[in-house]
Design a protein around this ligand. Sequence first.
Ligand code: MN
Length: 497
Amino acid sequence: MTAKEITALMDSPTVEDIALIEKAYAVAEKAHRGVLRKSGEPYFNHVFETAKILAEINMCPQAIAAGFLHDSIEDGVLTEEEIRKEFGEEILFLVQGVTKLGKLKYRGAERHMESLRKLFVASAQDIRVIIIKLCDRLHNMRTLQHVRPDKQKRIALETLEIYAPLAYRLSIRKLSRELEDLSFPYLYPEEYKNVKELVKQKSVETLPHLEKFMKSVKKALAEEGLTNFNTDYRQKGLYSLSKKIIRKGGEIEKVYDILAMRIFTESVSDCYKALGIIHSKWRPLPGRIKDYIAVPKPNGYKSIHTTVFTGDGAIVEIQIRTHEMHRADEYGIASYLRYKDLKNVQNKELGWFNQFLPKSINNLIHSTKSDKPTPAWIKELAESHLATNGEDMMEDLKTDFFSQRIFAFTPKGDVVDLPLGSTVVDFAYAIHSDIGNHISSVMVNNKIASLDKELQNGDCVEVITKKGAKPNRKWLDHAKTSMARKHIKASLGDKAE
Ligand code: MN
């Protein structure tokens, strides 16, 4: 376990980058020294592994350094002042963000998970904070066996319902796949066992065919003059496979991509060339050709899929994409955050990202400080429809939660979740009845607002209280929530409704 292990994973790090990682390593190691995890291993292992995952998905050096430090404030082994002094504002901001996110608990019904996912995004202020949190969770999931059984279930559920879908939304398949597959056995042990056994059987059956077939394909491509490509195969994640089997009515025979061959090319035209060569030699299954390069999936996924008869009785799915597309698929948003100046990245390449946080990319990347309490993108996020795949869209429509709720923020960035149409009076009472009962004036987004002002998603609300201030009857017209009305009536001396 050395700093070198991390820097070796980074893509052409500068001397400064390496120095930063070495320093973060040393400071974190010293800070957590003597502290053990439940498993009995040094606590430092956890922050090291978190940093390592961040390096693996190609995150920027600042995020990796923050990975090393992510638990230091929470665990009281470093102060904010020490981090600022040693590492500066940007890294401190990331560590604070992760610390804050760790405390964020949405106390709502399980069907409101979707809103928690959105709340997570909205509260993080910098997408890197979420990604650090995802890597932190991934390592915690890898070591979940050391946790109490009742806690295991809760953490696994949270991972499957919140963290994995977030990783998926951010198109970081490398993370979403593993988060899903690690949660799966804790939540659905029977299904997990069945699918695992099924895949084992299938692999024994299919693998020899696949390997032979891959050789033939490579040969065919080379014969047609296509030489600049790589191939491999991948096994479908167990959780997503299990969902797919359910979708196919339990018929595993209809799932062709348990093992899929992949071809990575240099250019888009080579993708189509490869497809042409393959189809001229092997008969494709009708209706199974999907061109996600011409029409990418909503989360930005690009690839050509086809399924062919191998000629020796097997059926194999082939996925063809460029190296660049593959990188974007595995690392998603993380692969773009490395670019220092995102203005150089073509807008269309970020198409899927824009759907997630529209028009705000520069804001997001460059606003590393949280001096503005309500970054513009929070509003945009709330107003926009997030990039969703079909299933999530259905879920959105079913719960329709976000369209009925408002997320407003205190100047400190705490989230207050209110029903649609709520006013600043509801906001004040939602924080505390004492604050509601002594409203003197209210600022919304740094502007004085009247008490009947309806809140919009992402509004930053500051309630100024005065000892002598108290509710009057007009406030009842401004209050939408029953909690606010109850307190106002009590204060006016009315009987309860
Ligand atoms: Mn942690």
